[in-house]
Design a protein around this ligand. Structure first.
Ligand code: HEC
Ligand code: HEC
Length: 493
């Protein structure tokens, strides 16, 4: 036996003796539970993982992916699943693992996506109590303060129709980039799907732009308009809110050193690439918002008048009532996903949003196209002016560039209104309880239409709000986009 082997043997014996003594000396060892074992009641809530290879090879059906995604979205993750992130901030950076296990301000702030997104069912919007302190998650050490100098407080948005929104953004991006490429230096107005974007080119590059970043990538998610895809958002949210790490961002990411168990909670492979595809397909396949129409003739007339006034006073200049998608398909993943979010589009998962999903489905248009009635232009606007300051309450730019001499934090993407009838509260912070208050808070670029609303007579103002109230997330599986309420639910009978 050479010296090295002898040394190892001795070390082995002394380690075993040490362990034995430690076990004998420890008063609690006999009661230490073997939690997280498959036969223990505190087992992981996730009963396995999906593999992207199986999805790419067509071995996983739409309904299986959707159901798996629903489970991931509604699961209350526990420490056996890998909930918590002792060594990772909510932005995914390493930190010294000595922080509180969870905290409402800096997060982990919850155990389930559906804990916040639950109106009228998982995948939808959320109450004021479900607000998020956006950007506080990046702080190390954490903050216990809700002061706006540390975070932008935001209300929970609903994802019904998010698949169509992401595809609109992709089509508009391709269109804007192609147009810009072909133009000479100078200032130009680009038109995509009827929405105008002003850009300035110099030295062959886009050097300034309005309503969109100079890369001309429409980022439809976050009220600041800074995230490209449902998937990118979901990977962020899993780590931020729950401390659940997606392999594509952590374990398999060269920028993170390909380290298994990056957050040092003892659980590797918390969420596979296939799991994240499922979580994305669930959100993309949720029922498309529609309308609950009144049954009484008088009310129908009021709503119709309101819809016309909404156009007539210019609300539609931002809240575009109808955008056409050239393709009806949702294609996952998005090839524009940034590093750390899966973007290999060689074997994508594709479904037809006009035929598949939770229902109601996206509305068909002619020749393979589809209609998206989301009431947005997917463009950032500034609703601040000298007198009306309600929406100018943020202090952190969150990637929004300054524009026209105004700071980035004053800009918000035009809020989708297709679920406005049942997604109270209102405004980016959810601090408005009625639609009327939200309209009155429009200053800046929205000031002229807001003043036009104020100038309407009482009945016409009623009409605009009555119209907006009809825009709702419908019961799952509703057969049509427009449905009449059950008679007994009608307040005026
Ligand atoms: C603590 C509450 C909370 C939890 C938990 C939560 N969210 Fe959210 N979610 C929000 C808020 C608030 C917003 C709006 C953020 C903003 O505008 O800056 C949002 C926005 C989103 C959006 C973008 C919607 C849009 O139209 O811009 C997606 C996608 C999303 N969440 C997915 C998820 C997923 C997936 C999970 C679980 C992994 C999750 N969220 C967990 C509160 C939450
Ligand atoms: C210049 C573009 C623009 C115009 C014009 C405009 N809006 Fe908006 N609207 C926005 C933006 C941006 C938001 C998001 C504001 C925020 O929360 O920061 C918004 C939010 C809203 C909301 C709140 C929705 C919610 O769920 O929180 C309502 C309601 C609304 N708009 C209705 C209207 C009506 C009615 C008109 C016409 C009188 C109008 N808007 C004109 C850009 C516009």
């Amino acid at each position: 036996m050479n010296q090295k082997k002898q040394h190892l043997l001795l070390r082995g014996i002394s380690m075993s003796l040490f362990s034995l003594l430690w076990i004998l000396a420890s008063p609690t060892w006999a009661h230490e539970p073997h939690a997280c074992q498959p036969d223990f009641p505190d087992a992981p809530i996730l009963n396995g993982h999906l593999e992207q290879d199986d999805i790419g090879q067509g071995r996983v059906s739409f309904s299986r992916l959707f159901e798996r995604g629903r489970q991931l979205f509604s699961a209350q993750f526990n420490t056996c699943d890998g909930q918590g992130r002792p060594a990772t901030t909510g932005a995914g950076d390493k930190r010294i693992p000595d922080e509180p296990a969870r905290i409402r301000t800096s997060s982990p702030d919850s155990d389930s996506c559906a804990g916040c997104h639950n109106q009228p069912r998982p995948g939808g919007s959320g109450d004021f109590v479900a607000n998020v302190f956006v950007l506080a998650q990046a702080l190390d050490p954490v903050t216990f303060s809700v002061s706006p100098e540390f975070s932008n407080e935001r209300n929970t948005l609903g994802m019904n129709g998010a698949g169509a929104i992401e595809m609109l953004a992709r089509e508009m991006t391709a269109d804007l980039q192609a147009q810009a490429q072909a133009l000479p230096d100078g200032t130009h107005t680009l038109l995509t799907k009827g929405i105008a974007f002003e850009i300035t080119k110099s030295g062959g590059a886009v050097v300034s732009s309005k309503g969109v970043d100079t890369d001309l990538i429409i980022k439809p998610f976050h009220q600041a308009g800074v995230v490209r895809s449902i998937r990118e958002f979901t990977v962020n949210a899993m780590n931020h809110h729950h401390g659940m790490q997606a392999e594509e961002r952590f374990d398999l990411n060269p920028a993170k050193g390909m380290e298994s168990d990056y957050d040092e909670d003892g659980v590797p492979r918390e969420l596979t690439i296939g799991d994240m595809t499922a979580a994305t397909i669930f959100q993309a396949g949720l029922g498309i918002p529609g309308r609950i129409m009144p049954v009484q003739h008088q009310d129908k007339k009021l709503v119709k008048n309101g819809e016309e006034l909404f156009g007539g006073i210019g609300c539609v200049s931002c809240h575009s009532p109808k955008l056409i998608l050239n393709s009806r398909n949702f294609v996952e993943p998005n090839p524009l996903n940034p590093p750390g979010t899966f973007n290999d589009s060689q074997a994508p998962f594709v479904f037809d949003m006009t035929l598949q999903g939770e229902g109601p489905y996206l509305e068909k248009d002619r020749q393979g196209t589809a209609i998206v009635r989301a009431y947005t232009d997917l463009k950032r606007h500034n609703l601040c002016d000298a007198e009306i300051r309600f929406f100018c309450n943020e202090q952190l730019a969150q990637g929004r560039p300054a524009q026209d001499g105004r700071p980035g934090e004053e800009f918000f993407i035009t809020r989708k209104l297709w679920d406005v009838g049942n997604s109270a509260p209102y405004g980016h912070r959810g601090d408005l309880t009625t639609i009327t208050e939200a309209i009155l808070a429009h200053g800046g670029e929205g000031r002229a239409t807001r003043d036009a609303f104020v100038a309407l007579d009482h009945n016409d103002q009623r009409a605009v709000v009555a119209f907006l109230k009809t825009l709702q997330v419908l019961p799952a599986g509703s057969p049509a986009i427009v449905v009449a309420p059950a008679l007994q639910g009608h307040a005026h009978d």
